[in-house]
Write a protein that binds this ligand. Structure first.
Ligand SMILES: Cc1cc2nc3c(=O)[nH]c(=O)nc-3n(C[C@H](O)[C@H](O)[C@H](O)COP(=O)(O)OP(=O)(O)OC[C@H]3O[C@@H](n4cnc5c(N)ncnc54)[C@H](O)[C@@H]3O)c2cc1C
Length: 380
């Protein structure tokens, strides 16, 4: 019997766990190194669009995700102080499937599936880098040579840096706080998700479990009253979004989460030799389209297919990047654009935004570009 091929992965976030499970399902012997002393995911809720749901189906966890999370329908985008509605779809366009779920639950489901598929997860295992031959570097020296090494170690990836693949990490000067608030009887939000913009502030809300609504509060970095959410400045947010006072007042004075800045990651390539990067390490993006983790999960599963039964791993990785990178780069751009319009639009021109957004939002070109990740069918 031929030996199983070996993969070593840095990072047990959503991308690392998805890659680990997908590779194990292809017969690889997989070990994941997580620097944290526990396996855990931070953040409140997460949007999982149709593209990620298809990938989660191939990983064998779709049913669990669907029963744990909440299927979200009827999106509403409201803008400006008059809460005018912007139609997000043209008449007759189908809504892509979307499930909102607690991050901790999604991470647990993926970690359990990885273990079930035979993946070894080592916590307290900090990776310092990798060499292109296929070895991870640890504080005690290099580990054993693997057939494939995957850097899924997030925005500030050591694996990416050590291979000199990093071009730029851009701080986008906007960000958001993510929180959970209790669901109450009579809330209008059972399956609906809403987003409301006023000035540079954006509030998003959707049910994420039977007990909780997921709430995100975005604003530019210079908006100190909006940004500093320890203690939570209820007055400031009610001032910009009075119609959500009832929901906002459920946020604790000292929420667990704080305002997180958004970054765009640009790299020269996704691989060198037998080492590749995936997830935020390779294509970190602002979360304005709710696609960062979705494309990370999809791309991790495509990666496993790309190297399946291939002897020339470097060539297979180059092909994977050639096929999958264009739509991910485009998603990163569109997410940035959405954030620019919603959060960083010049305050003096807000009246113009209110007038043109409802028209531009329904154009074919914008719709096609906003949906490029949801509509993408992997080439491998
Ligand atoms: C406010 C906000 C809201 C978001 N909302 C959405 C959304 O609704 N939908 C969506 O699809 N995306 C969303 N995203 C994006 C999404 O969270 C990320 O794209 C996704 O979590 C990236 O996963 P990852 O596994 O690549 O990286 P990470 O989650 O950063 O995981 C990296 C893992 O590697 C470990 N690690 C790091 N360095 C090392 C090392 N040296 N050695 C060993 N282990 C290491 C870390 O501890 C971590 O466990 C959002 C992001 C933010 C900031």
């Amino acid at each position: 019997m031929s030996r199983s091929r070996v993969a070593e992965i840095a990072g047990a976030g959503l991308a690392g766990l998805a890659a680990a499970t997908a590779l194990a399902q292809q017969g690889w012997k997989v070990r994941v190194h997580e620097k944290g002393k526990d396996l855990r995911e931070i953040g409140a809720g997460i949007y999982l669009w149709q593209n990620a749901l298809d990938a989660l189906r191939t990983l064998g966890v779709y049913d669990q995700v669907a029963t744990t999370g909440v299927r979200s329908e009827k999106p509403r985008l409201l803008q400006d102080h008059k809460a005018r509605e912007v139609k997000l779809r043209r008449e007759g366009d189908a809504d892509p499937e979307l499930i909102v779920i607690l991050r901790t639950e999604l991470h647990r489901i993926l970690a359990e599936q990885a273990v079930k598929e035979g993946v070894e997860i080592v916590t307290n295992s900090r990776v310092l880098g990798a060499d292109p031959e296929g070895r991870l570097e640890f504080p005690g020296g290099y580990g054993p040579k693997a057939d494939l090494v995957v850097g899924a170690d997030g925005v500030f990836s050591r694996v990416r840096d050590s291979l000199r693949l990093t071009e730029r990490i851009i701080d986008l000067k906007d960000g958001c706080g993510r929180h959970l608030i209790p669901r109450m009887e009579g809330d209008g939000l059972s399956r609906q998700r809403i987003e409301m913009w006023n000035g540079g502030r954006r509030i998003g809300m959707a049910a994420a479990s039977k007990e909780y609504h997921y709430v995100f509060l975005c604003c530019p970095e210079h908006d100190t009253a909006g940004r500093i959410q320890q203690p939570f400045n209820l007055e400031a947010w009610v001032d910009s979004h009075p119609i959500y006072e009832e929901y906002l007042s459920r946020l604790p004075r000292h929420p667990e989460e704080y305002w997180r800045p958004f970054f765009n990651v640009f790299c020269s390539a996704w691989s060198r030799g037998n080492v590749c990067i995936v997830g935020d390490a390779a294509h970190g993006m602002s979360p304005n389209l709710g696609q960062g983790a979705c494309v990370a999960i999809v791309n991790a599963t495509v990666l496993a297919r790309a190297v399946a039964e291939k002897n020339d791993i470097p060539a297979a990785l180059a092909k994977w990047e050639e096929m999958e990178r264009p739509y991910i780069d485009q998603t990163q751009k569109m997410s940035y654009l959405y954030g620019y319009i919603g959060t960083r639009w010049p305050q003096k021109l807000l009246g113009l935004r209110s007038r043109i957004l409802p028209i531009v939002a329904r154009t074919n070109a914008l719709q096609r570009n906003l949906r490029c990740a949801v509509d993408h069918k992997p080439g491998i």
